[in-house]
Design a protein around this ligand. Structure first.
Ligand SMILES: Nc1ncnc2c1ncn2[C@@H]1O[C@H](COP(=O)(O)OP(=O)(O)OP(=O)(O)O)[C@@H](O)[C@H]1O
Ligand SMILES: [Mg+2]
Length: 257
């Protein structure tokens, strides 16, 4: 099998708004190996989300080539692109993007709609994905009954349910407190140890250092990269971070005095 799961060359993305052209990506070359864990950083507007959307087949480059597991994405028709997006890519967003009227199972089930799998099998995959993010006790709950971290774990289960080759997460911890963000990193690191290729965008260097490699974007181009020889271990970090319940306990103590 091909060693590079992602191989893009000279990718540009120009947004046209009336007479104005925005050069969001100006010729990106990027290779990602199977099983890599990569962080993407860069100032606001540098093209991070544009790049993630292209890598996730939510959008296509204006020019340049994109091979995903050896398949030339630029040659695909819309329906083929939709199929690749559904099967090969799991996407996680900053704002979770959950269906508020559906419970956890209903949300995680969504990408399975297009599979030809038997219902019993779909249910099994659904429950496995929920278990892998530790939410088995919550399956009947709706998003408004969950904390931000739990919502993001539902979104990760949804991204996992089709067993994609790659997980793409655009600022997955952007709306979370630091302990919860660390918990999300711990899930990603566990998934990566099991062999999943993961790319995530973050504005925080402390979080980016959980990855094996950091890619820096600036003005729509790659502005450098860094190999992290000793990535931060989220599980270790969590041992020294106060739990939310501890905070409440100490507040109670203050109130009692
Ligand atoms: N749909 C769009 N139409 C027009 N311009 C766009 C569109 N999406 C993004 N842009 C522009 O492309 C550039 C790159 O935007 P992008 O969203 O990729 O940046 P980003 O690095 O993800 O920023 P942030 O950190 O704020 O999320 C910006 O100048 C932005 O205004
Ligand atoms: Mg963005």
């Amino acid at each position: 099998m091909d060693k590079k799961i992602i191989d893009i060359k000279k990718v540009t993305r120009i947004y046209k708004m009336g007479n104005i052209k925005v050069n969001a990506l100006r010729g990106i070359d990027l290779k990602i190996a199977r099983g890599e864990f990569v962080a993407i950083m860069g100032p606001s507007g540098s093209g991070k989300s544009t790049l993630m959307n292209i890598l996730g087949c939510l959008d296509i480059p204006t020019t340049g080539s994109y091979f995903l597991e050896g398949v030339d994405i630029s040659k695909l028709k819309d329906n083929q692109l939709a199929e690749i997006r559904n099967k090969k890519v799991g996407f996680v967003f900053q704002t979770f993007n959950l269906l508020s009227r559906s419970n956890i199972m209903g949300n995680v089930e969504l990408p399975l709609i297009y599979t030809k799998d038997r219902i019993a099998n779909r249910k099994k995959r659904n429950l496995e994905a929920i278990e892998s993010v530790g939410l088995t006790d919550w399956i009947k709950h709706r998003p408004n009954e969950l904390s931000g971290g739990q919502k993001q774990r539902v979104a990760i289960a949804r991204a996992l349910v089709n067993n994609p080759s790659i997980i793409l997460a655009d600022e997955p911890t952007g709306n979370l407190d630091s302990r919860t963000g660390e918990e999300i990193m711990a899930i990603f690191q566990a998934l990566n140890r099991e062999g999943k290729t993961i790319l995530f965008v973050t504005h925080e260097l402390d979080l980016a250092k959980h990855a094996q490699r950091i890619i820096y974007l600036k003005d729509g181009a790659i502005n450098g990269e860094e190999t992290i020889s000793n990535p931060v271990d989220a599980k270790e970090m969590l041992k020294n971070m106060p739990k939310l319940e501890d905070k409440f306990n100490s507040m109670e103590e203050v109130d009692l005095k």
